[in-house]
Ligand binder design. Structure first.
Ligand code: ADP
Ligand code: ADP
Length: 231
């Protein structure tokens, strides 16, 4: 099976702790589908993502990539395959194109426009992340939180990752901006594995699989509609 899998995963930040940040986690994240991980603050979302990205190792159990346990051999390919979008990404106050090219210097025009179109960032390509002191038309207006996220999404897509991880990337956005990001993800579905971490269910309506964490355990795992009906 192509994808990332957790088998009987346990994790504690400190061996002296009684409580596990992750407790008996079993899951499968299929390739080229969208999986959402939701749960309250402190539920274990970040801890789980760190393990899935190979940034931390389980205390017990295994993380597998395409059926093979993570080891020094496939860890590197996993890391290369991932584009990670944090909640509060860093942008240079340079042109939109510069912000893309700084990270991906070899990208060509077609790839740049493709990434900008995909993330609906093409519409503000003439502006600067932090704006300008002197206004020249709308060019001087700084990017909103939603626009910043769309730019960062474009940057993440430009790497042509096989796994895209969005870590609370839309948590601080209003519904309109969140919807734009959702539309972009909808367009990307099927092209790459998408993992969305969120604490709101509304963020993840188009996910193929929704994993709900509570106090380090998976309390629900299913399709969004199924979960929504149970609520
Ligand atoms: P969120 O995922 O809600 O944005 P964080 O992942 O930063 O927030 O933190 C989640 C929880 O983990 C918080 O309750 C925070 O206090 C706790 N936490 C984060 N880092 C540490 C740490 N180094 N030691 C202990 N607790 C931590
Ligand atoms: P979430 O991302 O869902 O907010 P986290 O994975 O950050 O949750 O946290 C899960 C649990 O692990 C929480 O109880 C948190 O306090 C604890 N925790 C997180 N990071 C650390 C850390 N670096 N050291 C110790 N405890 C941590």
């Amino acid at each position: 099976r192509k994808g990332i899998e957790c088998k009987k995963v346990f994790f504690r930040y400190n061996k002296n702790l009684m409580t596990y940040a992750l407790h008996d986690i079993n899951l499968f994240i299929p390739s080229n589908q969208m999986t959402a991980v939701v749960g309250r603050s402190g539920a274990g979302k970040s801890t789980l993502i760190d393990l899935l990205m190979g940034l931390n190792k389980p205390e017990e159990g295994q993380v597998l990539l395409d059926g093979t346990p993570l080891s020094s051999t496939n860890l590197l390919s996993l890391r290369r395959a991932i584009s990670y979008v944090p909640q509060d990404p860093f942008l240079f106050n340079e042109s939109i194109r510069e912000n893309l090219l700084i990270m991906e210097p070899n990208a060509n025009e077609e790839q740049i426009w493709d990434a900008l179109e995909f993330s609906s960032a093409a519409e503000f390509v003439k502006r600067l992340p932090n704006g300008l002191d002197t206004m020249i038309g709308d060019r001087g207006i700084r990017l909103s939180g939603g626009e910043r996220q769309r730019l960062v999404l474009a940057r993440a897509i430009l790497r042509n990752p096989s796994i895209l991880v969005l870590d609370e990337a839309t948590s601080s956005l209003d519904t309109e901006n969140e919807a734009k990001i959702q539309e972009a993800l909808e367009r990307l579905k099927g092209r790459m594995t998408i993992i969305v971490i969120a604490h709101r269910l509304s963020t993840i309506r188009n996910a193929d699989q929704v994993i709900v964490l509570e106090q380090g355990e998976i309390i629900q795992n299913g399709e969004f509609l199924q979960l929504a009906n149970e609520k």
